[in-house]
Write a protein that binds this ligand. Structure first.
Ligand code: AP5
Length: 214
């Protein structure tokens, strides 16, 4: 399945729940790129500047990265694509990739969230520096302040692209380059929209129904 939505819509948050509940594998192009940046690879160096500007990394780099990741998941029950595809060229390349690999697409879930909520969600987001568990200052702080619920680590980090200026550019990139792919999936009859404005569990209940429905 694909999970689509603007920056901060809750894609990663819902993927965590889908992985736990349905045993699916999450493939997040954003996470892959951040790992490349951290490793200092050539791709990471190219990507860092683009990501910090809130723009999209070139299609050819993304398509070959995700294709090799999908190839490594032959044993998986199913895969959730988080943050991919993000352009018409990526959506078309995914179609070709799936047919070449004899794979099918069951669901394309679109999270709908107001822009004001996005800014609030991204400005309060942080994650555990050790295990990557996601938190929010207001909406999902750790049970014990300063300590990760999952691994007990006490250091956290914030993403360098979550500052207001970059968030504005990321929203423009979403509106201009990603939202136009929605009709592509609507025409195929696989697009399902979910109201992403409720609480995290309310949103998950809607997605669970879609996935459990087959
Ligand atoms: P990426 O990492 O994919 O970022 P994004 O799409 O901007 O999405 P986010 O990860 O910021 O948000 P999210 O929807 O996962 O929200 P979350 O669940 O964390 O991409 C980063 C960059 O990489 C791009 O800008 C681009 O440069 C590059 N890139 C990546 N993929 C690419 C591609 N395919 N092509 C080209 N370039 C690519 O939630 C946010 C916060 O809100 C959290 O704190 C959470 O706790 C809270 N929250 C979540 N749900 C709720 C709720 N229901 N109520 C209240 N709070 C909530």
């Amino acid at each position: 399945m694909i999970i689509l939505g603007p920056p901060g819509a809750g894609k990663g948050t819902q993927c965590e729940r889908l992985v736990e509940t349905f045993g699916l594998v999450q493939l997040s192009t954003g996470e892959m790129l951040r790992a490349e940046v951290k490793s200092g690879s050539e791709l990471g160096q190219t990507a860092k500047e683009i990501m910090d500007a809130g723009e999209l990394v070139p299609d050819d780099l993304i398509i070959s990265m995700i294709s090799s990741q999908i190839d490594q998941q032959s044993e998986a029950k199913g895969v959730i694509l988080d943050g991919f595809p993000r352009t018409t060229a990526q959506a078309e390349a995914l179609d070709v990739m799936l047919s070449e690999k004899s794979l099918s697409m069951d669901h394309v879930v679109q999270l709908e969230v107001d822009e004001d909520a996005i800014v609030e969600r991204l400005s309060g987001r942080f994650s555990c520096a050790n295990c990557g568990a996601g938190y929010h200052d207001t909406f999902s702080p750790p049970a014990e302040e300063g300590k990760c619920d999952k691994c007990g680590h006490t250091e956290f980090s914030r993403r360098s692209d979550d500052n207001p200026e970059t968030v504005r550019s990321r929203l423009v990139a979403y509106r201009e380059q990603t939202a136009p792919i929605l009709p592509f999936y609507q025409d195929k009859g696989v697009l399902q929209s979910v109201d992403g404005m409720g609480g995290m569990e309310e949103v998950f209940d809607q997605i669970k129904e879609i996935v459990a429905g087959g």
